[in-house]
Design a binder for this molecule. Structure first.
Ligand SMILES: [Zn+2]
Length: 66
C-alpha cells in the first residue's frame, strides 16, 4: 500500500513510493522550489533557539510508523 504525504511545496498529495523519486514532493519542480527556499534562508532555524546536538537522536522516542 502506498503512503501518501502532502507535498511540502504545493500541498498536493504526493505518493511516498519508489516510483516517486521526488518524494516527499509531488514533482521535480516542487522539489526545486523547496531547495530554492532553503538557499534563500526561508527555512533557517533560529540560532539561539536550539542547541546543536550531534547525539540528539539517541534518546528520541520512536515516532515513525515504519
Ligand atoms: Zn508539489
Amino acid at each position: 500500500m502506498t503512503k501518501h504525504v502532502p507535498c511540502p511545496t504545493c500541498g498536493k498529495t504526493a505518493a511516498w513510493s519508489v516510483q516517486n523519486r521526488w518524494r516527499p514532493f509531488c514533482s521535480e519542480r516542487c522539489r526545486l522550489i523547496d531547495l530554492g527556499a532553503w538557499f534563500e534562508g526561508n527555512y533557517r532555524v533560529p540560532a539561539d533557539d536550539q542547541t546543536p546536538a550531534q547525539d540528539g537522536d539517541r534518546e528520541r522516542p520512536a515516532q515513525e510508523g515504519d
